[in-house]
Ligand binder design. Sequence first.
Ligand code: NAP
Length: 290
Amino acid sequence: MTTETGIDTRVIDGKAVAAELRTQVAARVKEFEQQHGRVPSLTTILVGDDPASNVYVNNKHKACAEVGIDSADERLPADTSAEYLAGLIDELNRRDDVDGILLQLPLPDGLDDDALSGLIAPEKDVDGLTTLNAGRVVQGRDALVPCTPSGVMILLEHAGAELSGAEAVVVGRSNLVGRPVASLLLAKNATVTTCHSRTRDLGEVTRRADVLIACVGSPKLIDGSMVKPGAIVIDVGTTRTEDGLSGDVDFDSVLGVAGAVTPVPGGVGPMTIACLLENTIKAAEARASA
Ligand code: NAP
């Protein structure tokens, strides 16, 4: 969309990029089956009956089926003990026919998300949340990278972002999104600044960004006045509001300022599940060749 600035902001179509990735995964799954006589498999563990988690897990199984990945669904009551859950993870870690394990977070009160997801064998950790995988990402080494950060990097590639030497600003520093995104950008030789809730003048920093990644969870926090003309803006934020799903970026106000921007919904969201499928085939291939 062109405005008086003369900048024609490209809207990055996350759905299309995710569909392309799923097609590539489906081809790798077929090839894996031909070579190894079995299909890759993912086991999800859902504890409790949180409706949103239920939807996410169902969507993951549907997506697995679409690309030919076998998936198993472990559902446990909310009062499951940490010992029982640890025992189940241990069993799945040992099973040869299980390539990926996904523990749906958050766990019910009383169960420690970090401690329990940390028990997943790193080579089966398709969410990329274990300390070993997180550490490998920080060190710029090959890893099972967390799905949403992986999706952000693929979208940047599709947007034609020149990352080497670019000023990249990441707003948010969670272990799930902000920190791994910053590490991945650094590995691509960007000059990376991470902002967070204590950053003094957010706009002053974001206006320097050639590449701006918003992963906060604060609707419309970033408007056009905080964006450098021509910047590539990736909006990870998803907050449910009265008006529907909202990103961290005030989409309308960055049109005509940003060079490219992802919409919410339809930007980063579809990439997350596609990257989970990619991590599952990657884990299966790595285990088969180990
Ligand atoms: P989180 O753990 O709550 O982290 C939010 C980060 O934003 C924190 O680092 C926080 O700083 C920072 N922050 C808060 N207010 C700020 C402000 N005013 N200015 C600058 N930074 C601020 O959230 P998350 O798990 O990373 O998720 C972030 C968003 O992405 C959420 O909307 C979530 O729903 C969305 N998300 C989407 C997907 C997807 O598939 N599309 C996947 C994952 C997450 P401090 O560290 O100082 O507290």
